[in-house]
Design a protein around this ligand. Structure first.
Ligand code: SER
Length: 338
């Protein structure tokens, strides 16, 4: 039975991850979130703690009470929200991650074994200089275009480096190197689309917003141009990626942070899929030039060959399967529509 800490457990990825862990078994989940859980989340946890990742005494108490084998640090402010409150974003996204890495390293040293640290990073770490460059570049690898233009992207890129530091070089000048280490593993996720939850404060939110508005019979004003293309992924694949990377033997991993990819539709292609399912739906395009500029700096697609060869990553949902086998049945069930 692995003891697992999940921060941001009440968020979008948290919902999916806790469900998957409960189905697989073998995990004792201690969940942490700023907000009290809904019943569907509470019942999946051994313990749910309402609290803040900036509360260092609380984190120390948790580390004293539980010998965590794995930490899934999901808590974060997304990119649009982070642009509106950059200082808060830095505090939560960077200082919060530093606090969790400190928790992990002190625990690893006390226990004399490694503590796995799973970190969702993002395509927001990339920053293409122009739409022309984005289109010319197409699919990009982990090392290219690391010049993000958002606070969130900068926070994520820096925390990837912090994780690498805690894994490989932490206190490298000390006379002795204790046995316990942080085993940091990051995944750069594309925009995620869930059938059961709606994100708040992201810039890729136009895709889930289209779907959830249509399913509820609500009109939608889409804040991007129809030709906007960024990578997306169905939530079960994001959860599968985290669980799979967490289980991979460390000697198989050639890097700390991996791209994962599944499909890259334009906004217009997403609209057509949603409209085919909900023909009476009313949607207009009302691009927000500032949010559009962020999307135009994110890649069209990412090269995930390292994840495929190192730890067997393979998405189960392409665009067809995502809509027909997960998103449409999921939102129809959620909102009780035919
Ligand atoms: N989906 C996130 C956002 O839009 C990016 O990781 O902020």
């Amino acid at each position: 039975m692995a003891t697992v800490l999940v921060t941001g457990a009440n968020g979008e990825i948290g919902h999916g991850l806790l469900q998957a862990m409960a189905e697989r078994g073998g995990h004792r989940v201690i969940a942490l979130d700023l907000h009290a859980p809904d019943a569907s989340v509470r019942d999946l946890c051994h313990r749910f703690v309402v609290g803040d990742i900036l509360d260092v005494p609380l984190l120390r108490t948790l580390a004293a009470e539980h010998d965590f084998d794995q930490i899934f640090h999901l808590a974060a402010l997304l990119s649009t929200k982070s642009e509106r409150e950059p200082t808060l974003a830095h505090q939560v996204n960077v200082n919060g991650t530093l606090n969790l890495l400190e928790l992990a390293v002190s625990l690893a040293r006390r226990l004399g074994r490694s503590v796995r640290f799973l970190y969702p990073s993002s395509i927001a770490v990339y920053g293409l200089p122009s739409l022309e460059a984005k289109r010319a570049e197409g699919r990009i690898g982990e090392g290219a275009h690391l010049a993000p233009r958002t606070m969130y992207g900068i926070n994520k890129l820096y925390c990837e480096q912090l994780g690498r530091y805690y894994s490989l070089f932490y206190r490298q000048l000390d006379a002795e190197t204790p046995r316990g280490k942080v085993d940091f593993r990051g995944i750069r996720f594309p925009g995620l689309i869930s059938a059961v939850t709606v994100p708040t404060g992201g810039t890729s939110d136009f895709a889930p917003e289209m779907l959830h508005h249509a399913a509820q019979g609500q009109p939608y004003a889409c804040f991007v141009r129809p030709d906007t293309r960024i990578p997306f992924m169905a939530m079960p694949d994001a959860v599968q990626a985290l669980v799979r990377l967490a289980a991979a033997p460390v000697e198989r991993l050639s890097r700390q942070v991996y791209n994962v990819a599944s499909f890259s539709p334009t906004a217009a292609e997403l609209e057509h899929r949603v409209r085919a399912a909900f023909p009476a739906w009313s949607m207009t395009y009302e691009p927000d030039v500032k949010r559009q500029a962020i999307l135009d700096s994110w890649p069209e697609d990412t090269d995930d060959s390292a994840a495929r060869s190192d730890w067997g990553w393979a998405p189960e949902y392409d665009l067809d399967r995502a809509f027909d086998g997960y998103l449409l049945p999921g939102v129809r069930a959620r909102y009780g529509v035919a």
